[in-house]
Design a protein around this ligand. Structure first.
Ligand code: URA
Length: 243
């Protein structure tokens, strides 16, 4: 109820409940699994007020960890958000060395939809890899390659060119496994040198400067929801906008 109201993340809600800050019908509850009705909940003695849902896109630079707080004290993606958006949580994650489009929200239902494995929301990545991928390796990526956690779904691959002994291409995948693109490229006989997420469904990174963020429009949020729930075709628009 707390995270759905947009006042905090699920992890923070557990900590606040454990700290005795949350009451239900006037009684402190310490069990975060207890089923409750939002109207009965108070936080620090005040009724729960639903925070306005916010949706943000950040151009994540390399070298930032996708987490709200890093126990090792490294730079996090949340350090890049303007103070008024500091309570938003990243949707899914990008590796430390990956840059590009990262969504943030306090709408947990939206975040769940975007990251649901069954949504098969297409995500497009621009890749610089060496050594150069052969035509057969590109065909294998399109068909799907076998990783240690199983075969990947077919992917769209668009070759952008070759630079010296490196390949430059775009791949659109409809899964979100850990380090999936890096592992797919490795399975195809090459190694990722640079990885940039340029689109999620119908939303393209465009010319948002590195490290900058902006709020999504209501139409963009609707389009993302539509793509994740099977309405509208995120696949084609992502490929088009990443061109
Ligand atoms: N695939 C990867 O290998 N890394 C990312 O950050 C995202 C997708």
């Amino acid at each position: 109820v707390l995270s759905q109201a947009g006042v905090c993340s699920r992890t923070e809600a557990r900590a606040w409940i454990a700290a005795g800050r949350v009451r239900v019908r006037g009684e402190v509850v310490t069990d975060p699994e207890r089923r409750v009705v939002a109207a009965h909940v108070t936080l620090d003695g005040a009724p729960l007020r639903r925070a306005r849902h916010r949706y943000l896109v950040l151009h994540k630079p390399r070298g930032y960890v996708t987490t709200r707080r890093d126990p090792q004290g490294r730079k996090t993606v949340c350090d890049l958000l303007p103070p008024e958006h500091a309570a938003l949580a990243p949707v899914g994650r990008l590796d430390l060395d990956t840059s590009g489009l990262l969504l943030f929200t306090n709408d947990t239902a939206f975040a769940d939809l975007m990251t649901s494995p069954s949504a098969h929301l297409p995500k497009t990545y621009r890749i610089d890899a060496a050594p150069r991928l052969t035509d057969e390796a590109i065909a294998a990526l399109r068909r799907g390659v076998v990783l240690r956690d199983g075969p990947t779904r077919p992917a769209q691959v668009r070759v952008l060119g070759a630079r010296g002994r490196a390949s430059w291409f775009e791949i659109t995948i409809t899964e979100g496994r850990n380090r999936q693109v890096r592992r797919m490229v490795q399975a195809a006989g090459s190694k990722v040198r640079r990885l940039v997420r340029v689109a999620i469904g119908p939303l393209a990174l465009g010319d948002l400067p590195r490290g900058a963020s902006r709020e999504l429009s209501a139409a963009e949020v609707r389009a993302l929801r539509g793509a994740a729930s099977g309405r509208g075709s995120g696949y084609h628009s992502a490929a088009r906008s990443a061109r």
